[in-house]
Design a protein around this ligand. Structure first.
Ligand SMILES: *Cc1c(COP(=O)(O)O)cnc(C)c1O
Length: 424
């Protein structure tokens, strides 16, 4: 696309944008008495205006039905989580039986590792990207120790080549091949939180399986950001949070994908709870765990209704906007425009370097800027000017325009302010 560095051009793109009006469905934080330019959906998505009503409904049921709310009314809490399955399945490219919404992300990652990291003999290693989100690093480290291995030996990290910031797919596939016979599991982010790189999940899954390993992804930065086809890719398991690109509130609930080839296998080891027990006989309170079919068989506790109510409101907006393909179509343009404008600012690499891949297929909403001079100062100036982005140590500013509530004009204004901050 041929972009132009003018306000009029940005406004024209907004006029042509079929998703433009979805902005009105969200609350924007206020800075200097106006709507902030919010490019932080990679950390915490904005509040959908409809969320309050969904919460109020459940509060009303709690007030008026109390314990009877589990079984009475239009949407009883007993199977409230099931209301989320169709939209969740569409969002990640799965069958409804392959997904479940429950708990929070790191808890779910541990549950999946209990089931799908099963080291045996010399096949005991986990391959992952170096610099993964700390929670994922700690989960892998402690799971490996739990099985009696030394993390330094059992965790194989993938590093970019000298002088590069992101991983090349060919190198990932080559490493999987090379370590093939020792790998029990390949477990990576779907998108690296720091660089914004989208990994080729289809190719990685295929390579992992060819090596005889299982393959799982943490989709914290991918869910709601890029289209996913987990079932068709053959991914063994995946987990994600819902408070980033899925706008479902701080500490919100999480999603899990278990491929159907595992979901109906009651022999898979797991840490169980009563909510994963066959629902037809759950309330007989009998001894002996019988898992539900599919991902639902990994549930532990009764559903967290309030976070799930918010998640429902947020998922409905994804569907209403036309699903992930429609969001992605706008997102590529929006991020492309951001990239074009940052490049047009003409600052040298000794000041500012984009570490996110330039290939649109290898990135989502986010562009990470490595700021080599006074990075904190730049971040503070942007925040004072009403631009909410985020800062990651040691010196990266992440900028994430999201297709549901951000506009081309905001991207333009961001670039203008960035330019001014760098000049001063
Ligand atoms: C945001 C994020 C987390 C956060 O984990 P919680 O359990 O939701 O606190 C974990 N992993 C990745 C890759 C993330 O991006």
């Amino acid at each position: 696309m041929n972009y132009q560095n003018t306000l009029a051009f940005a406004q024209e793109l907004d006029r042509q944008d079929p998703l433009y009006h979805f902005r009105d469905r969200f609350y924007f934080p206020q800075v200097n008495k106006q709507d902030a330019i919010y490019f932080c959906g990679n950390s915490l998505g904005l509040q959908p205006k409809s969320a309050q009503m969904y919460i109020d409904n459940e509060m009303y049921k709690w007030a008026n039905l109390a314990v009877e709310g589990h079984f009475k009314g239009e949407e009883p809490w007993f199977n409230y989580h099931e209301l989320l399955a169709p939209a969740t399945a569409r969002m990640v490219g799965a069958k409804e039986s392959e997904v479940v919404v429950m708990n929070q992300l790191t808890v779910n990652l541990h549950l999946m590792l209990v089931s799908f990291y099963r080291p045996e003999g010399k096949r005991f290693k986990i391959m992952t990207e170096a610099g993964a989100f700390p929670s994922d690093q700690y989960a892998l480290e402690t799971q490996v120790k739990f099985h009696g291995y030394n993390p330094d030996e059992a965790i194989v990290e993938l590093f970019p080549r000298e002088g590069e910031h992101t991983l090349r797919t060919e190198d990932i596939l080559q490493s999987i091949k090379q370590h093939g016979e020792e790998l029990a599991l390949v477990m990576m982010g779907g998108i690296n939180y720091y660089t914004g790189q989208v990994f080729d999940m289809a190719a990685i899954t295929k390579a992992g399986h060819e090596a005889g390993a299982l393959v799982g992804f943490d989709l914290a930065h991918a869910a709601g950001n890029v289209p996913l086809y987990l079932h068709d890719w053959g991914v063994d398991f995946a987990v994600w949070c819902t408070y980033k690109y899925l706008n479902s509130g701080p500490g919100g609930t999480s999603g899990v994908f278990v491929h159907e080839r595992h979901g109906n296998d009651p022999g898979i080891p797991r840490f169980a709870g009563w909510w994963g027990h066959d629902a037809d006989v759950r309330f007989q309170m009998k001894k002996g765990f019988i898992p539900m079919q599919g991902a639902a068989g990994w549930q532990l506790s009764n559903a967290q209704i309030l976070p799930m109510a918010v998640h429902r409101a947020a998922l409905e907006l994804v569907d209403e906007a036309g699903g992930m393909e429609a969001l992605r179509a706008k997102s590529e343009k929006l991020t492309g425009y951001l990239e074009y404008l940052i490049n047009d600012v003409h600052v040298g690499k000794e000041v500012l370097e984009m570490i996110t891949p330039t290939d649109p297929q290898a990135r989502g909403c986010q562009i990470s800027l490595l700021v080599k001079r006074d990075s904190r100062l730049l971040f503070n100036k942007l925040m004072e000017a009403g631009i909410i982005v985020d800062y990651r140590e040691p010196n990266v500013i992440r900028v994430a325009p999201t297709p549901l509530y951000n506009s081309f004009e905001e991207v333009y204004r961001f670039s203008e302010i960035l330019h001014q901050c760098l000049e001063r």
